[in-house]
Design a protein around this ligand. Sequence first.
Ligand code: NAD
Length: 496
Amino acid sequence: MATQISHWIDGQLVSGTSGRTSPVYDPATGLQTADLDLASADEVDRAVASAKAAAREWRSASLSRRSTVLFAFRELVHANTDELAKIITAEHGKVLSDAAAEVGRGLENVEYACGISELTKGGFSEQASNGIDVYSIRQPLGVVAGITPFNFPAMVPLWMAANAIACGNAFVLKPSEKDPSASLLLAQLWKRAGLPDGVFTVVQGDKEAVDALLTHSDVAALSFVGSTPIARYVYETGTKNGKRVQALGGAKNHMLVLPDADLDLAADAAVSAAYGAAGERCMAISVAVAVGGIGDRLVEAIAARLPKLRVGAGADPDSEMGPLITGAHRDKVAGYIAAGEQSGAKVVVDGRAGAVPSEGFFLGPTLLDGVTTDMSVYTDEIFGPVLAVLRAETYDEAVELINANPFANGTAIFTRDGGAARQFQFDVEVGMVGINVPIPTPVAYYSFGGWKASLFGDTHMYGPEGVNFYTRGKVVTSRWPDPATSQIDLGFPTMR
Ligand code: NAD
């Protein structure tokens, strides 16, 4: 019997009433493990009403009370890392160590938000004019929502919720319907940390729930992370409905390898970044660009490493790479490999023929050489364990290729030449850059986000930009004049 996964509203589990459900699978076995309740617009409305009432109270909570809750939540998430990792692995499929690392990267954002009293400090200008002081404050928005993807079911919600709640908002999470359970353990931990009921809410659902949030008059802002077509839709619909929206989309991350790079180091990095989490990371490397005649040696070095990767169930401590999220997605990725082969790419290592478990949604690591920019394996985000290798004669040609790609989430350069690396950082039109670092995900006190089709809106996620996103500025001009000096003056006030 599959278990039922429901919503978290007003500090408790609430069963769905829409009558619509969606199956949740264990990707390592391919078997259904649960039925997920999908919220109707009415259920979203009830959840937002509870969040709205809670937001009114929570914005009055002192900064020190908010930090106290954040610190307690930090301890609880830390203590429950293994439990969260088990839940993530059971529904997402990634290996346990990777799931625990995801929780760790999410935790960084909670630690950052613990310093909320420092982060929301305003400015003060004494004597801006005679007897007049001017100061700025930042205030919460009210109810804010987060819509998150399947590939980081704990980390991405923490990117959003930690800062949103620390800033004094109520946060409504709509997790991915593919791996919804981590959100419910996070909800319990928030409650145990002392967060008032209704400040953290989970509505499970699909497009219907997302649309209800996008058009709800009491939702002030929306943070989205997912694929580019949905990010664009969320941005356009949310802003049309008067909301503040940050919408992070898909990726096609290039790794540029210069001729002077240490090829073993570059090959290790390419394999780690392309096949970790079965390539289902928005910062995964999916394209390697070999510059100046090193292509054959790079391909050989990567290919030699792939047969040694241990592909298996994420819960098995010996596994290094788990399955893909669904059978349909596995078949789609295999279809891309076939399309690449048909259009002339060389399948150097074929994951379709790889030694992988026969049950579950597995696909082995795949390496394609001789890929060109017109092939679908290059133009599309595949989001699987497939690395495409392209060649470029020169550095300039390689950078031109990267800059011509519509996606611009992350990129990396591998070289021993500091000057070339610095030039790359200057030239490349991508939001996050690694120098000999293949997955340059910024730490929590910077902000995360790509450019072009990888981000809609102008605000990156978490860090200082996250705090800005979840607050609005107010500027106060104040004076305490002696009533005896009062007079009527119809002139426009100047500060002289
Ligand atoms: P997705 O776009 O299919 O789903 C993301 C969210 O949108 C989910 O909560 C889903 O329920 C909802 N959704 C799906 N279809 C919808 C529709 N038609 N209308 C309204 N809402 C809809 O993405 P995914 O498959 O869950 O995640 C993988 C994608 O996310 C990849 O493209 C990956 O690159 C991207 N991603 C990007 C980042 C980043 O920071 N830029 C981080 C993680 C993942």
